[in-house]
Structures are given as structure tokens and as C-alpha cells.
Ligand binder design. Structure first.
Ligand SMILES: Nc1ncnc2c1ncn2[C@@H]1O[C@H](COP(=O)(O)OP(=O)(O)O)[C@@H](O)[C@H]1O
Ligand SMILES: N[C@@H](CC(=O)OP(=O)(O)O)C(=O)O
Length: 420
């Protein structure tokens, strides 16, 4: 059994869905569990729907949702003939679930509504792709992953209940493979024991696929992307980026930790625990070798560059010029935990503490505000955090030319600079 994951970019148009169908056709006869994300930027569009709803702009929310509806109906119309009506019915059931909610007034926390609305992106995309595959001779069984992935109710960043989820995979997924070859389902979403929808954190479909691979003891996981492989830098930002044909799990964990947006950080552990290889392949040219990620040491990696934008630096000084010691730092880490925000870089001085975090809007504002009750707090926004692993001393000058270096940290292997 193999697990495949197709991200939003692989199903963001009629042609891309057809292309995904062609790839899957090549694997007919093999047992495949296929995880698919929401089409293109649907998740962002649905975020705007919830924001409008929660700001009591009901008409805006409904109008924004109407656009999402029309996009999916149009895609379905272009792709389907014999299966169109059945697909339309399935889509309309999901539309109704959301609209029903949008007509109400928000009475619970934002994150709860976020998950109830945003989860629909993956349900719509997988319904369309599943009908398309069935219509074009690639039989598959569509499953609602919310019936399989049980999570806690930490909306927007839910934690999977592995025991329950494993049992559900045994009961509801494995039997499908006794009569058919392909299960098609959603990434990124799950459900609580009260049947409330949850999400696993943005870009969490990679993680869903890795959890399936672990529990199914899959022979491999393949993540299909629009790039030829994992590269030593984001090729959109660094046109000189080179492919990395082979990586080990720890290297990818480090890359993801520093912010490389190619694989979701939580993806590796479930694979590593069972030594399941991860292939990253290009859906635009499946013949390209891509990247294999495994347990073996990989020698001689080129410098790996990660650039994280939209960084915020908080410069925290003790109010009475006393040393910033364990007590102050402890309070600060307590704040990180409470607000659920992770520092990307920290530096401790005698009377100051600097931390760099992603700009997460309201969350970051809250961090700054609460930190200001403990420290004299200065905030700088719109910064970039550049990390180079396997640093050889060659690249930094060129990469930081013309920028102000606000902070630098270096270990024998890794250099990080915060740029203004
Ligand atoms: N080190 C890297 N190697 C390859 N791609 C990278 C890297 N860092 C960032 N990317 C970006 O990741 C993108 C693919 O990821 P993403 O858009 O999230 O795919 P999907 O929506 O299919 O999951 C590429 O288009 C590329 O710009
Ligand atoms: N659709 C979700 C989950 C996801 O993983 O998407 P993608 O595979 O396109 O990164 C998101 O955009 O966050």
C-alpha cells in the first residue's frame, strides 16, 4: 500500500485535476490511499468568509461564500458529465452546512467557527476529484476523513487521538481495500467526539498523509508538488536553487523548523517512527526523480537557505534595569505557551531579551501587549529571518547585501540573521 498526497496546487484548475487523474491512472492496480487538499487558495478564501461572519458582516460572508460555491460548481461542470448531478448534490449538502451557520450569529469562539467553515474546502475538492476519477475509469471510494480522524477540540490546531483514529482506520479504511484499490479522502481536517469539525493547522494535509502512512504501515508516502524536488532554497525566491535528490528525516525536520515551506513540520515523525520513505515528486513531470527522504545519513549537502518573511522583533528590557533572569524569561515563555505563539529566534542579554516571532496579527499584538506589562517593550515589524544550514561562509554577503542586519546567531553549522 502506498499513500499519495496532492496539495492545493495540483487541483487548482480543470487541467490540473485532469493531470492528477492521469498520474493516478498510472498506478491503477496498486493499493493507494490518496489525500487531497482544498483547491488552490480556497482555504484563504474560506478564512475571509469566517472573518466576515465573525465581524457580524453576514451579507459579506454570504457573498464571499457564494464565490467559493460558484468556483467549485464551475469546475465540476467542466470536469463531469455522467457524474455531474451526483457531485452537485454532494457539493450542495456541504454548502448548506456552511450557509446554515452563516445565517446564525456567532456565540462561540472564533476558532470554532473557523474550523466549521474552512474544513469545507477539502470536502468540496475531494468530492469533485473523486467523481471525476470514477467517471474516467479510475474507481475510488470517497471517505469523509472526519469520520476517521478523531481529534481534541483545540480548534485550528487540533491534536489527533491516535488510538481512536487507528481503530477507525482498521474498521472503515482497511476493509475498502479488500474490494477496491483506491481510497480518496481529505487532509488537514478531523472531528471531535461531538462531531464538531476541526483542523490540524495550516498546510496540515502532509501531516494527515503521514499519519495514514504510519497507521496503514504503508510502503511509502509520496507528496506531489509543483516543484521538481525539494531544493536547497525556495526556487520562487532563489532562481539558482538546486535540487536535493536525497535527504534524511532529521534534515527535513530542521528545514521545516526553520521555516522551509515545502513540507509541513509535523509530517516527518510518523514516517520516521516506522522508517517509511517519503518521496517528493513533481506532478508537472512525474518522470523527474524528485527527492527521497529516509533514515540514512546523507553526506555533502549544499548550503540550505530558508527565508521567512513577515517577522516581528520584540525587544524587551527590564523596567528597572535589573538583569533579565530566569524569572523574567520564565514569564515570557509562559506567555508564548498561553498565546500559542512560537519564537523563531531568541537572544538573552544582561538587561534585555529579544525574540522574533511570525507576524500572526492579533496574536502578535496580544503578545506585545502582555509582554509590555512585564518589560519595556519595543516592536519592529516587516522583518525577514534568513537561515543558512551547512553554512560555508560563502553565501551570506550576497544574500544580505543592502539590508540592515539587526541580529545574528551562529553555530558551527547554521547561521541566522534578522534583516530589516
Ligand atoms: N526548499 C524548497 N524546495 C522546494 N520548494 C520549496 C522550498 N521552499 C519553499 N518551496 C515552495 O513550496 C511550493 C510548493 O508547496 P505548496 O505551494 O505548499 O504546495 P501544495 O499547495 O501543493 O501543498 C513550491 O512552489 C515552492 O515555491
Ligand atoms: N488547505 C489547507 C491544508 C493544506 O495542507 O493545503 P496544501 O496541501 O495546499 O498546502 C491549507 O491551505 O492550509
Amino acid at each position: 500500500m502506498k499513500v499519495f498526497k496532492f496539495g492545493g496546487a495540483s487541483v487548482n484548475s480543470v487541467d490540473r485535476v485532469k493531470n492528477t487523474g492521469n498520474i493516478l491512472k498510472q498506478y491503477q492496480g496498486e493499493k493507494l490511499l490518496v489525500v487531497i487538499s482544498a483547491m488552490g487558495k480556497t482555504t484563504n478564501a474560506l478564512e475571509s468568509v469566517v472573518e466576515a461572519f465573525y465581524a457580524n458582516r453576514k451579507d459579506d460572508a454570504l457573498a464571499l461564500f457564494e464565490q467559493v460555491k460558484q468556483q467549485h460548481l464551475t469546475t465540476a461542470k467542466y470536469l463531469l458529465v455522467t457524474h455531474y448531478l451526483a457531485c452537485e448534490q454532494q457539493l450542495r449538502d456541504f454548502f448548506t452546512e456552511v450557509e446554515w451557520m452563516l445565517h446564525d450569529k456567532p456565540v462561540r469562539e472564533f476558532d470554532y467557527y473557523y474550523d466549521q467553515v474552512v474544513c469545507v474546502g477539502e470536502l468540496l475538492s475531494t468530492s469533485i476529484v473523486s467523481h471525476y476519477l470514477n467517471e474516467t475509469g479510475v474507481p475510488n471510494k470517497w471517505l469523509d476523513v472526519r469520520d476517521i480522524f478523531r481529534t481534541d477540540d483545540n480548534f485550528r490546531d487540533a491534536t489527533i487521538d491516535w488510538e481512536y483514529t487507528s481503530a477507525q482506520i482498521d474498521d472503515a479504511v482497511k476493509p475498502v481495500f479488500t474490494t477496491g484499490n483506491m481510497v480518496l479522502t481529505q487532509g488537514y481536517i478531523g472531528s471531535t467526539d461531538e462531531n464538531e469539525s476541526t483542523t490540524l493547522g495550516r498546510e496540515g494535509s502532509d501531516y494527515t498523509a503521514a499519519v495514514f502512512a504510519n497507521i496503514l504501515d504503508a510502503e511509502s508516502l509520496t507528496i506531489w508538488k509543483d516543484v521538481e524536488s525539494v531544493m536547497n532554497a525556495d526556487p520562487r525566491r532563489f532562481p539558482d536553487a538546486v535540487p536535493l535528490p536525497e535527504l534524511n528525516y532529521n534534515e527535513v525536520i530542521e528545514m521545516a523548523y526553520y521555516g522551509a515551506q515545502v513540507i509541513h513540520p509535523k509530517t516527518i515523525k510518523p514516517l520516521q517512527n516506522k522508517s517509511i520513505p517519503l518521496y517528493v515528486k513533481c506532478f508537472l513531470d512525474p518522470l523527474l526523480a524528485g527527492t527521497i527522504i529516509h533514515n540514512q545519513p546523507v553526506k555533502q549537502l549544499p548550503p540550505v537557505i530558508v527565508l521567512k518573511e513577515k517577522q516581528v522583533m520584540l525587544q524587551l528590557n527590564s523596567k528597572d534595569f535589573s538583569f533579565v533572569g530566569e524569572h523574567h524569561v520564565g514569564l515570557l515563555y509562559h506567555l508564548f505557551e498561553k498565546i500559542k505563539i512560537k519564537p523563531n529566534l531568541t537572544q538573552n542579554g544582561a538587561i534585555s531579551f529579544v525574540c522574533v516571532v511570525d507576524d500572526q496579527g492579533e496574536k502578535t499584538e496580544r503578545l506585545a501587549l502582555e509582554a509590555a506589562s512585564i518589560f519595556d517593550t519595543k516592536v519592529m515589524k516587516e522583518l525577514s529571518l534568513l537561515t543558512i544550514r551547512h553554512y560555508t561562509g560563502d553565501h551570506l554577503e550576497k544574500l544580505i547585501a543592502g539590508r540592515t542586519v539587526l541580529l545574528k546567531q551562529q553555530t558551527p553549522d547554521t547561521v541566522q540573521v534578522l534583516l530589516g
